[in-house]
Ligand binder design. Structure first.
Ligand code: SF4
Length: 290
């Protein structure tokens, strides 16, 4: 169900930019996400989204964003996509992400976008404009296998479509890369999967890949994940329970070997393993009167 709501604020801010993406201000125009990835952390109780099938649309997002940005003293990177994909399908109708990018372009703020959707290409004109300051686009890819992704991320565009979108952005000189996370134990933790992703990233022009091997599981997110595993992979949720119990961090047994394999491949292809950061322009030197 789609519901329109009025938000009280749009931007949450951090004292220091976050260590992963260098994001200073976070915004989520939608609550809930139609991509419905079976492992999505936003189902966790702490986020208080009662029904993750509902998408709440913050219809007053644009005037709020404009007002909040006008009052900011520090120009830091605005991050999209921490809790809901900015290009969840309902964006086709509401175009709020596009309108937010228009405001950001006018006010000359840097941006980092995290998405699983090739709909981002619709906004290429604005991203080019924002990239005069700084724009960076990260596509989440947990597998290069379209068939597996159709089970794990049932309503998100397929990895092949994400990679094609990445290629187009790279051809347009927009810095872009891959979030290789989560890597699901027993489903995606093979060296072959890591090889396939790194090679595809290289072929499509990715500047960086940021990895995290494993996944986090808690309360109702875990419940939902296990229900979906039971549907598609009978016996696998029991294997998770035997291996990880109530643990939050579920790390593959071969994590050291995977990390080593990943690092070697990235080095071979010259792909960075960190997301580039926005650096504010240096203040002009004071002119001496004498
Ligand atoms: S795209 Fe991201 S926010 Fe949306 S369901 Fe998947 S993991 Fe969750």
């Amino acid at each position: 169900m789609i519901r329109e709501i009025q938000a009280k604020t749009m931007l949450s801010h951090r004292k220091e930019p976050d260590p992963w993406f260098g994001v200073k201000y976070n915004m989520n125009i939608y609550r809930g996400c139609q991509h419905q990835c079976i492992y999505c952390d936003s189902r966790s109780e702490c986020y208080q989204i009662e029904d993750f099938n509902d998408v709440l649309v913050k219809v007053n997002a644009i005037p709020l964003l404009r007002k909040e940005l006008a009052s900011k003293r520090v120009k830091g990177t605005i991050g999209f996509g921490s809790m809901s994909d900015p290009y969840t399908p309902v964006e086709r109708k509401y175009q709020l992400t596009r309108q937010a990018l228009e405001v950001i372009a006018q006010m000359r703020y840097p941006v980092h976008m995290l998405t699983k959707s090739d709909l981002v290409l619709r906004d290429l004109d604005l991203l080019k404009q924002i990239n005069e300051v700084f724009a960076i686009i990260s596509f989440t890819l947990t597998t290069a296998d379209d068939d597996l992704a159709a089970i794990l991320e049932p309503h998100a565009p397929l990895p092949s479509a994400r990679l094609r979108a990445l290629h187009t952005l790279a051809e347009n000189d927009i810095p872009c890369g891959i979030m290789l996370m989560p890597i699901l134990p027993f489903l995606e933790d093979s060296p072959d999967n890591i090889t396939a992703i790194v090679e595809a990233a290289h072929q499509h022009g990715a500047n960086y890949i940021l990895p995290s091997f494993g996944l986090t599981l808690r309360d109702r997110q875990r419940e939902y994940y296990y229900q979906r595993l039971d549907e598609h992979y009978p016996g696998l949720s029991e294997k998770y329970q035997r291996t990880y119990g109530e643990r939050y961090q579920c790390v593959p047994a071969n994590i050291a070997a995977l990390q080593q394999h990943f690092t070697k491949l990235c080095k071979h292809y010259g792909i960075a393993t960190r997301v580039p950061r926005y650096t504010p322009p240096a203040a002009p030197a004071q002119l001496s009167l004498f």
